[in-house]
Design a protein around this ligand. Structure first.
Ligand code: AQP
Length: 327
């Protein structure tokens, strides 16, 4: 079986963008692949996090994974910080990464823009991410479009290590959806939907109550026209809503356009809200059951043990090849 690895940051509540861009594919891939899904808490602290909030969000992200349909007996679900080898390999790969490579990363540019003090961890984030993936010798990495550049660096670092120290790492491939790989903000279609946005109206959280979802969609920015037409260039807001619609139902873009021809945005937005609520309500129900069951820590402990076992051989081989004394 090919191996899959991916993760999400507990830097806020998971959004519909995270679901459509990545989580939906996690659920799909677990049936055919050897899957490792982490909560990347070490990545989340590259921007300041309140400790109590970090703890709560980390458990929440893990519970959302399960609620969305990841079976912890099939896939390995764990917290990144619980497997020490992530920090270790992250450091080793940081030493192989060039400053110029990190300076080119658009996520770093976006997240550091206008900030007075920027943590060094935000800069070296991509090296840690490379470590996450290479530690498990993953074949496939399901992510949204925004992670493409980081994945490319991971491939370069794997190749660099192999060239310098002999063949060790597999070169991983991205698994990026054709539609929905970049869901945009509801208030500004030039920015991607992000869970850490200070404006809660810009995203739909997977755990938003149905009425909150309805309100957010009714307030979503559109244009002054009235045609429900997929045209990302000229109608980016409406096109984004159509993408979300197709990802929450079985309808194609053409079917959505035909359904609302001549009707304006009102009925379209109303049905879209119901489609999103319909998708999320069962996930929210399972989420509550999982949180109440008290089983989460046991699941994460067992995930940690499996992940540690898989990571152990890699870290030993890497350290031996780099010249560390083996005791
Ligand atoms: N808007 C999006 N559309 C599609 N996919 C998306 N992803 C993120 N935003 C969108 C994908 O979700 C996964 C988890 O992302 P992450 O937690 O590693 O961090 P991120 O990519 O930086 O996502 P956010 O939501 O914007 O988080 P913050 O606000 O903390 O930075 C990834 O596979 C990502 O591609």
């Amino acid at each position: 079986k090919l191996r899959v690895l991916s993760g999400m940051q507990p830097s806020g509540q998971l959004t519909l963008g995270n679901y459509i861009g990545a989580l939906k594919n996690y659920v799909k891939l677990q049936h055919t692949h050897d899957c490792y899904f982490m909560v990347v808490d070490l990545h989340a602290i590259t921007v300041p996090q309140d400790p109590a909030a970090l703890r709560e969000q980390s458990e929440s992200v893990a519970a959302v994974y399960l609620a969305a349909g990841i079976d912890p007996n099939t896939a390995t679900v764990f917290l990144q910080s619980s497997v020490k080898a992530h920090a270790e390999l992250g450091w080793l790969l940081t030493t192989l990464t060039y400053m110029g490579e990190l300076e080119r990363m658009t996520q770093f540019k976006d997240k550091s823009e206008g900030k007075e003090s920027v943590g060094a961890g935000l800069f070296t984030y991509p090296s840690l991410m490379a470590g996450d993936i290479l530690l498990y010798n993953a074949d496939l990495v399901p992510v949204g479009e925004d992670q493409r550049q980081h994945l490319e660096l991971t491939r370069d670092l794997a190749h660099r290590f192999n060239t310098r120290f002999s063949e060790t790492f597999k070169i991983p491939q991205g698994y990026i959806p054709e539609v929905g790989a970049r869901i945009m903000s509801l208030d500004d279609a030039s920015k991607k939907m992000s869970k850490s946005s200070p404006n809660a109206g810009s995203y739909i959280a997977l755990l938003d109550a149905p009425d909150v979802i309805r309100k957010k969609i009714s307030r979503a920015v559109t244009d002054s026209g009235r045609e429900v037409k997929y045209d990302p260039q000229n109608k980016p807001e409406v096109s984004n809503l159509i993408s979300i619609y197709t990802q929450c139902t079985d309808l194609s873009i053409a079917e959505v356009e035909a359904k609302y021809e001549g009707q304006g945005y009102g009925p379209f937005k109303k049905d879209l809200a119901e489609a999103v609520v319909g998708l999320l309500e069962p996930i929210q129900q399972r989420y509550r059951e999982i949180r109440e069951s008290g089983e989460l820590h046991d699941i994460l402990r067992s995930g940690r043990d499996r992940a540690e076992a898989a990571a152990e051989a890699t870290i030993r081989e890497v350290k031996q090849k780099m010249g560390f004394v083996q005791l």
